[in-house]
Design a binder for this molecule. Sequence first.
Ligand code: FES
Length: 208
Amino acid sequence: MGKVSFKPYDPSLLINEFGDPIRAGDLVVAEPYVFNYPFQGTPAFLIRLAGPVRTSRLKTESGQTYESLSGVGPNQTIVAFSAICAHKMMYPTPNISFIGLRKGVGREPQTVIHCCGDDSRYDPSQGAQVIGGPAPQPLACIVMRHDPKTDGLRAVGTLGGEMFKAFFDKYEFKLNIDNGPKSKQLCTSTTVCKELKRYSRQLQGCPA
Ligand code: FES
């Protein structure tokens, strides 16, 4: 079925709410952060894991293969993924999030991305590979670049099974209410990044 390759979008520097660049070294391990990319209404997770992230061989629902990227930043520990669940596209909204991070238990990896909608689970240390539940493909990777001089982080594209068209088809009306008409516009040269617990007023924790 062929390969999926890197899809570039306009680069966007991650900044905090005060306009200052996010510094990779300041990110808290296993704390989920959210920024919108590549569109102003499509949320993505930024995650710093405890150890280095290597590449993984993955497959989309349509059978296309790709190799997820290694982590960036300190010790190659930082990864980013679209926060739109690959099952029925639940995503973090300003009011509530049913998808988030929790500690792994038993044979799970140390950190798990878990969507409580229908219990899909993803491994952020393996390109958001599906490790349980009905999701038919990994979360799409957001391709990040780290600048070692400034310690800044820039999103530059995606890799994997993008779902943005279906997402806008399904949620355009709600996105317009939550975010205004800019949701379908591409991000500009900066995008705000904050902790998931501040991005969404309420977090629906999923039991392990
Ligand atoms: S929408 Fe996430 S598991 Fe169904």
